[in-house]
Write a protein that binds this ligand. Structure first.
Ligand code: NDP
Length: 470
């Protein structure tokens, strides 16, 4: 076997599939896993690809089997384990070697690691990988951050293993240090919002319309043939159609209604707030997952507070309204996510190419959807205010769908069904079309109790005060 250029540490779900993907594209890979038996089982189960896989019992063996400059992908649990692996690996590396963190890292950690390794003569790449197990094996979307020269060394392999959209690899070098992991984090934030909005529509159909899962599945399947076409709508239809082999019940009905989260949604919100942004659909989705986890409180609440009041009639909401509502809210969620990317790009001087980001999300990743082509086109053209909701194509689509979102949110409010993400999407839209908002009153209140000062609309100057004392 030819000497390998690339190594991979961490043969969990993602690492194992990524290693097979790399091997399948013709690149020999040296692999290592903390628990050796996992590594041997992996090679034993790799079939024909095993001939391109080399098991390294330790980091010394891994380094010895690689041609310098070595490139080593680290695909272990995010956080402390990544630092531990880097610390143990470093003594076996030479200056110029490249460590690639392909896990879901906090981009602040990526910036810290990149600076520290650069100081010691190594190179560090933060690589966001989206697409889950299937994507890692057959083509994920890959968002890379790091030095140009480091990416040049690994580009051939990265682009070979990425998903393809019309023959273009869904992989891009987006900027220095933490840029790739930041973009991956926001990708996941948008994923949270989209999943939550889909769940809210499901809730309206289930609790407001007494519709059965298989019926709702058919609706999502039909919607997936139209403007909502996307991986998440596609899998929602499949999930709702599945039955529990043990009980014969719809699978979704036997799953505990408490959602997990590993942190990327929360990080999106935290970083957004630090940047003075508020992606309200993502905030609502993170909040909804936290509320879902408060199962005991909700059960107590259900017994004490009156149940949702289906006897109250809100506006009529037809299936087509829900489809249009979801489309409007999805556009707004993407707009908020891209606004956040734009703010981070300015803050960290990354020069993010927003059109390219939309392009590499068109295949391989969890939020791939037919909207992304239009989003890329919008960013390549003249975009008023830099915000997607003002792109001509989306102004048109929102014009056709926003009243359905309005009716959906109104109906949910009247009948007492929670739609936090859908309603926050609508509030964002309504705020952004209001040239004179209500913050004058907030400024007056702040000045009243804290002498914080304000600006006037009719003269220059800041720090002005109102006649509150008299
Ligand atoms: P798994 O839990 O399947 O695997 C974790 C891996 O990390 C194992 O190989 C484990 O080794 C190794 N590991 C854990 N702690 C240490 C340590 N202290 N030192 C050395 N190795 C360690 O994780 P995934 O493959 O799901 O995830 C890996 C990364 O990819 C994470 O950052 C995750 O957030 C990210 N990711 C996951 C996606 C998914 O869909 N699962 C999608 C996109 C990104 P051992 O076998 O010895 O325990």
């Amino acid at each position: 076997m030819a000497q390998a250029r690339i190594g991979l540490i961490g043969l969990g779900v993602m690492g194992a599939n990524l290693a097979l993907n790399i091997a399948e594209k013709g690149f020999p890979v040296v692999v290592h896993n903390r628990t050796a038996s996992v590594m041997h089982d992996f090679i034993d189960g790799a079939g024909d690809l095993a001939e391109r896989l080399v098991a390294a019992e330790d980091y010394a063996a891994l380094a010895a089997a690689l041609t310098p400059p070595r490139a080593v992908i680290v695909m272990v649990k995010a956080g402390g384990p990544v630092d531990a692996v880097i610390d143990d690996l470093k003594p076996h590396l030479d200056p110029g070697d490249i460590v690639i963190d392909a896990g879901n890292a906090d981009f602040n950690d990526t910036r810290r690691r990149e600076a520290a390794l650069r100081e010691e003569g190594f190179r560090f790449v933060g690589m966001g990988v989206s697409g889950g197990e299937e994507g890692a094996r057959h083509g994920p979307s890959i968002m890379v951050g790091g030095a140009d020269a480091a990416y040049a060394e690994i580009a051939e392999i990265v682009e070979a293993i990425a998903a393809r959209y019309q023959d273009t690899p869904c992989a891009a070098h987006l900027g220095p240090d933490g840029a790739g992991h930041f973009v991956k984090t926001v990708h996941n934030g948008i994923e949270y919002a989209d999943m939550q909005m889909i769940a809210e529509v499901y809730g309206m159909l289930r609790d407001g319309g007494s519709r059965a899962p298989h019926d709702i599945a058919e609706l999502f399947e039909a919607w997936n043939q139209g403007p909502l076409q996307s991986y998440l709508v596609e899998i929602t239809a499949k999930v709702l159609a599945a039955h529990d082999p043990d009980t014969g019940k719809p699978m979704v009905d036997v799953i505990l209604d408490a959602a997990g989260q590993k942190g990327t949604g929360r990080w999106t919100v935290i970083e957004a707030l630090k940047l003075g942004q508020s992606p309200s659909t993502i905030e609502a989705a993170v909040a909804a997952r936290s509320w879902s986890a408060q199962k005991a409180l909700r059960e107590t609440g259900a017994a004490i507070l009156t149940a949702h009041d289906a006897s109250q009639t809100g506006p009529d909401v037809l299936d087509g309204d829900l489809e249009r509502a979801l489309l409007a809210a999805r556009i707004i969620a993407y707009a908020q996510g891209f606004s956040l990317l734009s703010a981070a790009s300015a803050e960290f001087d990354w020069s993010l190419d927003l059109a390219r980001i939309a392009e590499i999300w068109r295949a391989g990743c969890i939020i791939r959807s037919s909207l992304l082509d239009d989003i890329a086109t919008a960013f390549r053209g003249d975009l008023p205010g830099g915000n997607l909701i003002l792109a001509p194509a989306f102004v048109r689509t929102l014009g056709e769908t926003i009243s359905a979102l309005r009716r959906t949110v109104a109906s949910a409010a009247v009948t007492g069904l929670p739609v936090p993400a859908l309603s926050s999407a609508l509030a964002y839209y309504d705020t952004m079309r209001l040239a004179r908002g209500t913050a004058a009153l907030i400024q007056a209140q702040r000045d009243f109790f804290g002498a914080h000062g304000f600006e006037r609309i009719d003269r220059d100057g800041s720090g002005l005060h109102g006649p509150w004392g008299g």
